[in-house]
Design a protein around this ligand. Structure first.
Ligand code: AP5
Ligand code: MG
Length: 219
C-alpha cells in the first residue's frame, strides 16, 4: 500500500502516520523528520535546511526530490510506504509521479486531512515529543499516560521543535496555502484523493481513514 498524507502544519499527518504504520506494517517517510535528523547531525543538508525551516519556508525542490527518491528505493519500502510532508510543491508532485512511474509504482490513496486554522496553531504550540524514541504528544490533547514518562519507551526526556512557535507557524501556514494546497487538484482529478475531517479525536480520525482505505480496496 503506497499512501500520501496531505494537510497543513499540525493537521495530524505524523500522528496518523504512526497508526497507519502499525496497521499496514509499512514505513513513514517524513521529509520533516529527515531534515530534522540532518540538522541534528550537522550535515551540509542540515546546515542549509536549518535556517529555511526556522523561517517556515521550503527547502529547495531538487534537494527534497533526491532525498525522497533515495528513500523510496530502500528495502523497507518494498511493501509500501506512507509519505508525510512530500510532495509540497507542484514541482515535487510532478517529480513524484515520474519517480514512481520509473519503478512501476503508484499511489493507492492520497489522504487529505482538513483542520480549522485556529486549531492548527493550538496543536502546534502544544506539541512535544519523546527525545529518545520520537513518540508524539500534546500538552492538552495527547498527554503521556504517566506525567513525565513516555508511553512507548518509558523515557523522561521530551523535546519541542524549533519551528513550533507562533511566528514560524504563521509563516508555515502561509507557505502551505501558497505552495502546497495547489497540488490537491492534481490528486482530486484522478480520484485518488480522500478527504478526512481532522477535527475529530485522534482515534476517530484513524478509524475514518482505515474505513475509507478499506472501502477503496474493492475499487
Ligand atoms: P514537517 O515536519 O513536515 O512539518 P509540517 O508539515 O509543518 O507538519 P507538522 O509536522 O507540523 O504537522 P503534522 O500534520 O505532522 O501534525 P502532528 O501529527 O504532529 O516539515 C517541517 C519543515 O521542514 C517545513 O516547514 C519545511 O521547512 C521543511 N520541509 C519538510 N518537507 C519538505 C518538502 N517536501 N519540501 C520542502 N521543505 C520541506 O500533530 C500536531 C499536534 O496535534 C500533535 O501534538 C498531536 O498530538 C496533536 N493532534 C494530532 N491530531 C489531533 C487531533 N485529531 N485532535 C487533537 N490533537 C491532535
Ligand atoms: Mg509532522
Amino acid at each position: 500500500m503506497n499512501l500520501l498524507l496531505l494537510g497543513p502544519p499540525g493537521a495530524g499527518k505524523g500522528t496518523q502516520a504512526q497508526h497507519l504504520m502499525a496497521c499496514y506494517d509499512i514505513p513513514q517517510l517524513s521529509t520533516g523528520e529527515m531534515l530534522r535528523a540532518a540538522v541534528a547531525e550537522g550535515s551540509d543538508l542540515g546546515k542549509q535546511a536549518k535556517v529555511i525551516m526556522e523561517a517556515g519556508n521550503l527547502v529547495p525542490d531538487d534537494l527534497m526530490i533526491n532525498l525522497i527518491s533515495d528513500r523510496i528505493g530502500q528495502d523497507d519500502c518494498a511493501n509500501g510506504f506512507i509519505l508525510d510532508g512530500f510532495p509540497r510543491t507542484t514541482a515535487q508532485a510532478a517529480a513524484l509521479d515520474t519517480m514512481l512511474g520509473e519503478r512501476n509504482l503508484s499511489l493507492d490513496k492520497v489522504i487529505s486531512i482538513t483542520v480549522d486554522e485556529e486549531a492548527l496553531v493550538e496543536r502546534i504550540i502544544g506539541r512535544f515529543s519523546c527525545a529518545d524514541c520520537g513518540a508524539g504528544y500534546h500538552d492538552e490533547f495527547q498527554k503521556p499516560r504517566t506525567e513525565g514518562e513516555c508511553d512507548k519507551c518509558g523515557g523522561g526526556n521530551f523535546t519541542r521543535r524549533e519551528d513550533d512557535n507562533r511566528e514560524t507557524v504563521k509563516s508555515r501556514l502561509k507557505t502551505y496555502h501558497e505552495q502546497t494546497a495547489p497540488i490537491l487538484p492534481h490528486y482530486e482529478a484522478d480520484g485518488r484523493l480522500i478527504e478526512v475531517d481532522g477535527m475529530a479525536e485522534i482515534s476517530v480520525v484513524t478509524d475514518n481513514i482505515l474505513m475509507l482505505l478499506e472501502d477503496g480496496r474493492g475499487d
